[in-house]
Write a protein that binds this ligand. Structure first.
Ligand code: GLU
Length: 495
């Protein structure tokens, strides 16, 4: 049994899809709260809905949590394996007069709801079976009529949620319906299984999304009916998209796996999630998981909604990538390069130092690992695209074939192959053609990187090496020749 002072929190996802930003933030805040209070972080899979839950989603959630570094302290609990437990609790509630059988069919209830809707009224369960005689009930049981179990909500009074983030929120009991605890197939509803498990798992603090705040008074009533200690509640602010609507699929991919596969670092994602609703009280924005453990507090979680800003996440990720030692990026970069087909295992040892140098060169200019790999790829393979906007700005409409051919020839003479010598040669060549240095440098840059901006071109060329540079300039020459031929063809046709 946990010690009475021990903090026990849990993350309780329904495995109906991938782990999204909102769920991951809930997991993080629970995890931080546990670490901070030397407590326990538990995981519970709320998989009672057979149709919507899947093992694949469960495994995906585990993988995403592991990647984020949010490990649980005990084995996960699966609600689908605990039906007997929920039924036992229902018996307790029935025996104490806090719950009752309701034999209204789903159709009957739907018809009443429809009728109310047509009259423009709201409808909640009208208590048809709330105070029926034991004989009536027995007769239905004997007849084997389908039934659900409902909770008997007190008719009067208020239920107050004393929330750590939102303060005291009162709900009039007369507005709460006698909600279902056990469905006709004897499956527990969310309200039942959630409360039973929080009691059984010794959960002391329920930290979850504010979308659950309206559920909380019902759950508190169940705790009270069971004479169980009501946990401390903290409802985290909702996460909205840029249009101020609740973050959803409409706003694009927001799963943790998506960001992982796009080349975000788990440290940056964690850092960003922490800022969704929490702030340190000053203008600091960069926090490792370890620092967050020290700094985080529920007191500094806002009650107002948070906005998910993928640009800011990208900025933060870029900052992480630029500051992490190149060695730490090696494995992820290697995977990303393999995916692009430009990592050759047999050259691994030989290329290691080269890749380190390339990471070092590009890391401060890449917002994701994928971008970093895209930036590095042209150093390893010839087959990389020229960005259309780079071509449009620097090549189209100019006759650069001659200068670039001269550049290729000129570079064969550079000795030693280093930044200083490269710079002298390239500037002289440009002058010879009465070009600004940049007018020659830009096609050269596109030839070797595919882009119109890069780290210093002389540094890039030095690292790329003489042979790789020559091969890439050859390709640019082929490209420029084709463009020229096409232009001449067009002029000839036009004349
Ligand atoms: N399964 C619920 C959800 O995913 C958990 C609610 C709770 O944390 O109590 O929203």
């Amino acid at each position: 049994m946990p010690k009475s002072s021990e903090v026990r929190v849990r993350f309780a996802p329904s495995p109906t899809g991938e782990l999204h930003v909102g769920g991951a933030r809930t997991a993080l805040f629970n995890w931080l709260y546990a670490r901070q209070n030397k407590g326990t972080f538990l995981l519970r899979i709320e998989d009672t809905d057979e149709d919507r839950s899947s093992e694949e989603s469960t495994q995906g959630i585990f993988t995403a949590l592991k990647w984020l570094g949010l490990d649980s302290d005990e084995d996960p609990i699966y609600q689908s394996t605990r039906s007997d437990l929920y039924r036992d609790y229902v018996s307790l509630l029935m025996n104490s007069g806090n719950a009752y059988y309701c034999f209204c069919s789903a159709e009957e209830i739907e018809a009443k709801r429809q009728e109310a809707v047509e009259k423009g009224e709201g409808w909640r369960y009208d208590g048809t079976w709330r105070d029926r005689s034991p004989e009536d009930v027995q007769a239905m049981l004997d007849a084997g009529a389908p039934k659900v179990v409902r909770f008997k909500v007190p008719e009067e009074g208020t239920t107050v949620v004393d929330d750590q983030i939102h303060g005291e929120v009162s709900f009039g009991n007369e507005n709460l319906e006698d909600f279902t605890l056990l469905r006709s197939d004897e499956k527990p509803t969310y309200h039942l299984s959630n409360v039973v498990d929080d009691i059984e798992m010794g959960v002391t603090h329920v930290i979850r999304g504010a979308d659950h705040l309206p559920n909380t008074p019902k759950q508190i009533l169940v705790y009270e009916a069971l004479d169980a200690k009501v946990p401390v509640f903290a409802h985290l602010p909702l996460i909205l998209g840029p249009d101020k609507k609740r973050l959803s699929k409409r706003h694009g991919a927001t799963s943790v796996t998506h960001f992982r596969s796009k080349g975000y670092l788990s440290g940056a994602v964690i850092n960003y999630l922490a800022l969704l609703g929490w702030s340190p009280g000053d203008d600091r924005e960069i926090f490792t998981l370890h620092e967050l453990t020290k700094e985080f507090s529920l007191d500094r979680v806002n009650s107002s909604n948070a906005e998910f800003d993928v640009e800011k996440l990208g900025w933060l990720n870029g900052k992480y990538i630029s500051e992490v030692p190149a060695g730490e990026l090696m494995n992820s970069v290697r995977d990303a390069l393999s995916n692009r087909g430009c990592w050759q295992e047999e050259l691994e040892m030989e290329r290691r130092d080269y890749i380190f140098a390339l990471i070092d060169l590009w890391q401060s200019r890449s917002r994701t690992i994928n971008e970093l790999a895209d930036n590095i790829a042209p150093f390893l393979t010839e087959a990389f695209p020229y960005l259309p906007e780079a071509l449009a700005e620097n090549i189209r409409g100019k006759d650069l074939l001659g200068p670039v051919e001269a550049l290729r020839e000129g570079l064969t003479q550079v000795d030693p192959w280093n930044q200083e010598e490269l710079e002298v040669t390239i500037r002289q060549l440009a002058e010879g053609f009465e070009l600004e240095a940049s007018e020659l440098i830009q096609p050269c840059r596109i030839a070797v990187t595919g882009k119109a901006s890069s780290p210093g071109i002389f540094e890039v060329l030095e690292l790329m090496g003489r042979e790789n540079t020559r091969v890439r300039l050859d390709r640019m020459i082929r490209y420029l020749s084709k463009v020229k031929a096409a232009q001449e063809g067009a002029t000839a046709v036009g004349s």
